[in-house]
Design a protein around this ligand. Sequence first.
Ligand code: ZN
Ligand code: ZN
Length: 233
Amino acid sequence: MEKVTYDLHTHSALSPCGDNDMTVNNMLHMAVLNGLQVFAITDHNSCKNCPAAMEVAKDLPLDLIPGMELCTSEEVHVVCLFPQLDNAMAFDAYVHDRLPAVENQPEIFGEQRILNAADEIIGYEPYLLINATTISIEEVGGLVRHFGGICYPAHLDKSSTSVFSNLGYFSADWGFGAVEFADRARVAEFAGRIPGFDQLLVLHSSDAHYLWDIAQGENFLFCNNFRQALGLY
Ligand SMILES: [Zn+2]
Ligand SMILES: [Zn+2]
């Protein structure tokens, strides 16, 4: 078993709330400087900065997992991770069709920058990405599996956009194999409300919107193969 440091929940400049300094190069180089071995970019309802990030990651000692933080119809955030870029981009196209056709207002919500591997802006996502999709919490697990990925509910301890804040309960029927907590000190508080908790992988990530918030090695798993431990093949 090997100790693997990771950060699986971060936002690039594509998320309206993500800082414009969260370019793919800045993020990945910060992750390497911080000693991380596995990293994921999980913008709200979009994977459109993953192609550039994957290209940058090729030259770095970092396993980059393409991802997304999906907002379900109940406004619950779910981290979705994919084994390959192709899986992620197919899911991205599917989610885009299930997002309300509401234009972003950059002066209110922030810009939604799509970047290339040189950090140049190659476009702006027109639809506001922080809206709820029409994908429900009941269907998200099966749907992400259909696209070859895995998913789990984000920041269960958060007072908004979490399973407990918005639904008040956790169902084993949703089929999640992992859970994410923002604050590891609060896991015990919620564990009793999660059926089959002992079988679930408990993950912590930074949810960074600024470069200085990216994890610095405090989140790790002991495993033989990190992707296998997550169920990503
Ligand atoms: Zn979130
Ligand atoms: Zn987030």
